[in-house]
Design a binder for this molecule. Structure first.
Ligand SMILES: Cc1ncc(COP(=O)(O)O)c(C=O)c1O
Length: 407
């Protein structure tokens, strides 16, 4: 259920003139972001740094809020555009740049800004960085991103390692690659490793096993080559429940196991990074649009919305519905035309292809044309993960709900 405070704000935004011309928007609730950071603050070991993965939601007020919160220790970026945004709110020494295919322009800009870390994705990239660093007479701190042989099973979203992938250096090539970098690239300093197993993990035991596998990998590498991993970046991956089953990622259990593993290996002097996106902002977002039409075709009902996958592509990409709620509006715009009452429907957008759906086989208790349909848990990979320009519809507005003193 959408809480009263948010429902009130949605209704008031829908009453604004802007909504008549562009009946679709996102609302981000900073209270929810604060709550998630509060959990991280309460449970995570103190030597674990939380870096926000900007790709989840780069809205400026989200960035501003995170940059001012003590449990957000830095930011992970994936492009020059994200670098520019990050530098507005975060110190360069708390920025790390990850992602395959960084251009020379992006690498130069990262060096010029003196960001903390570049996560290195291949030997080619290492050579490129070394050359740029040499030209600037700088030594660059990097983490080597590893495509570990360990595969996470049970992620609700994408696997990022443990299979054939474009990310990182293969675990089997790691020792050889380190030796090449150490011998041939004096302007690169290897500060540690980055291994990101998978996104959207709900079962904390799964993530604990993966984390232990990463820590083992690091300790084995240290035994084979003369290196100390001062920094170990475990990537993101804490899931949120997109179903209505109210499951939660057991952060307390994950944190206590992580602490145990850190203690066991004597890694308390290491900097451990978690690059979290979805867990921090996923719950904060509400995508709201207007029901423009309700139709029946060959025995099946469709709700047609003012925005579709052009505004929220995630359900279509992952095949996973997000929770949907209806906020009724008073005016019966077309009282004699079709309504929905306790039915299963597909929720569609206005685009020219049949897969343009915000949700498939959704049970709707009651809805009519003119009501507001709200997709909740749309704060991560929502607006930013969608093809906003397709068919030249207007982009959704993005609003945020601030925190009052007693929250
Ligand atoms: C390099 C990197 N770090 C962090 C994240 C954030 O992951 P999540 O939102 O699952 O926490 C991603 C997501 O794709 C990523 O690619």
């Amino acid at each position: 259920m959408i809480d009263k405070r948010i429902a009130k704000r949605i209704i008031s935004l829908c009453a604004e003139d802007k909504f008549k011309n562009n009946p679709a928007f996102y609302l981000y609730d900073l209270v929810s972001v604060k709550k998630q950071l509060g959990y991280l603050e309460k449970f995570l070991p103190k030597n674990v740094s939380v870096y926000y993965a900007m790709k989840a939601n780069p809205h400026k007020e989200v960035l501003r809020f995170l940059s001012e919160h003590k449990r957000c220790n830095g930011i992970e970026i994936a492009s020059k555009g994200e670098l520019d945004k990050a530098l507005k709110y975060f110190n360069a020494e708390n920025i790390c740049f990850t992602g395959p295919g960084k251009t020379i322009y992006e690498l130069k800009a990262s060096l010029d800004s003196s960001i903390e870390l570049i996560n290195l994705e291949s030997l080619t990239e290492a050579r490129r960085i070394n050359e740029i660093a040499e030209s600037k007479c700088k030594v660059v701190d990097v983490l080597i991103r590893v495509n570990s042989n360990y595969c996470v099973h049970g992620a609700t979203s994408t696997n990022m390692a443990g299979l054939s992938t474009k990310f990182g250096i293969e675990e089997d090539d790691l020792i050889g690659s380190i030796k090449i970098i150490q011998k041939e690239m004096p302007f690169i300093k290897i500060k540690g490793f980055h291994v990101f197993g998978a996104s959207g993990i709900m079962d904390s035991d799964v993530l604990i096993d993966y984390t232990n596998s990463v820590l083992d990998l690091v300790s084995n590498v240290e035994k084979e080559v003369n290196i100390k991993a001062e920094i170990i970046d475990l990537g993101g991956g804490f899931g949120i429940d997109y179903t209505k089953k109210n499951q939660i990622f057991d952060l307390e259990s994950y944190s206590s196991h992580l602490k145990e593993s850190i203690d066991k290996l004597g890694y308390n002097d290491r900097k451990i990074i978690l690059e979290l996106g979805r867990y921090i902002v996923g719950e904060c977002g509400y995508y709201c649009s207007e029901i423009l039409d309700i139709k029946e075709s060959k025995g099946k009902k469709y709700i047609i919305m003012s925005g579709g996958v052009n505004h929220l592509n995630r359900p279509n990409v992952t095949g996973e519905n997000q929770p949907i709620e209806i906020i009724p509006r008073d005016e019966e715009q077309f009282p004699n035309i079709m309504n929905i009452s306790g039915e299963i429907v597909d929720v569609c957008g206005p685009l020219c292809f049949a897969e343009d759906k915000l949700g498939k086989k959704i049970f709707i208790k009651s809805a009519k044309i003119g009501d507001i349909l709200v997709v909740t848990k749309a704060g991560a990979y929502g607006c930013t993960g969608s093809p906003l320009d397709f068919l030249s519809h207007p982009h959704p507005e993005e609003y945020y709900e601030t925190i009052t003193e007693d929250e």
